[in-house]
Design a protein around this ligand. Sequence first.
Ligand code: SIN
Length: 272
Amino acid sequence: MTDPKIEFKAITPAFGAELEQCELTRFNDDEVDGLLQLAAERGVVVARDQVMTPEQHVSFAKRLGTLLESPVNKGDIPKELLVIHADEKSRRAAGELWHSDVSSNDIPPGLSMLRMEVVPDAGGDTLFSDMVQAFETLSDEMQHFLMRLTARHDPRGHYLYLSGAKKLDELPSATHPVIRTHPRTGRKALYVNAGFTGKIIELTNRESESLLRLLYDHIAYGVKFQCRVQWQPNTVVFWDNRVVQHHAAFDYYPAVRSGYRATVVGEKPVLC
Ligand code: SIN
C-alpha cells in the first residue's frame, strides 16, 4: 500500500475511508493524487462539511479527469453535473439497485463525486459494495472461470434520458471483461452489475441469467464487504466505479434529498 498522503479513518477494516478535517477546494496536486490513490485502494472516500458552489464542484472534479456531460440539465446547472433529486413527487430515485455508474459506456467512469445539499432527517443512505473482496471471496475455481468471460453492458432508460438520446438504439452497448484489473493497484475486481449488465457473451441465455443471479446475490448478501454512508448536508463522497458498486436506499419518501454528481471518465476495462 502506498502512502496516500492524506489522513483518513477507516469505515470498515478493508473498505471505505472518511477524511479527517479537510477542505477539498484547497487540495494541492499531491493531495489530489493521494485522493485518487485512496479511492483506488479503499473504494469509497467520504469528506464532510464541503461548502462549495456547483462551479467549484465541477472545477475540483476536473482535477480528477475528464467529466461526463448531462445535456438535459436545466437553468444554470453546469453540464458536467448530474442532478440527483427526489421529493414528494418521486415514484423512484436514481441508483435504486446495485450498479457501477454507466458501465454501458465503452470507456466507463472511474470516479464519481457526489455532493449532497439537502438530505432527509432520516434515511437516504448510500450502500457500497467492494468488488475486490467480492472477487476474492469466490472459490479459486469460480475466479478462474470468471476470468475467461466477457459481458455485454446495455444502456438503460434512465441514462437514455440523461444522454439526451431519443431512443435506446442510439446508444451502443459495450463489452467488458467480467473481471477487471484496477490500473493503479493491479487488484482484480468483479465487473458485472444488475443496473447495466445484459448477458455474459460466452454462455447461453439460461447459463448467463443463472450465473449473473448468483453473482448479484453474492454482491447483495456480501455484508462483510459492504459499507454504508449516512449523508449530511455538504457531505461529498467519491467512489471508484472500477472496484465499487453502490445502491441508493429510497426509504425517505416523501422527504427531499438533493445533490449533484460529477462523473469522471475512466479507461477501457482490461484484465491483466
Ligand atoms: C447514483 O449515483 O447512482 C445515486 C447515488 C445516490 O443517490 O446515493
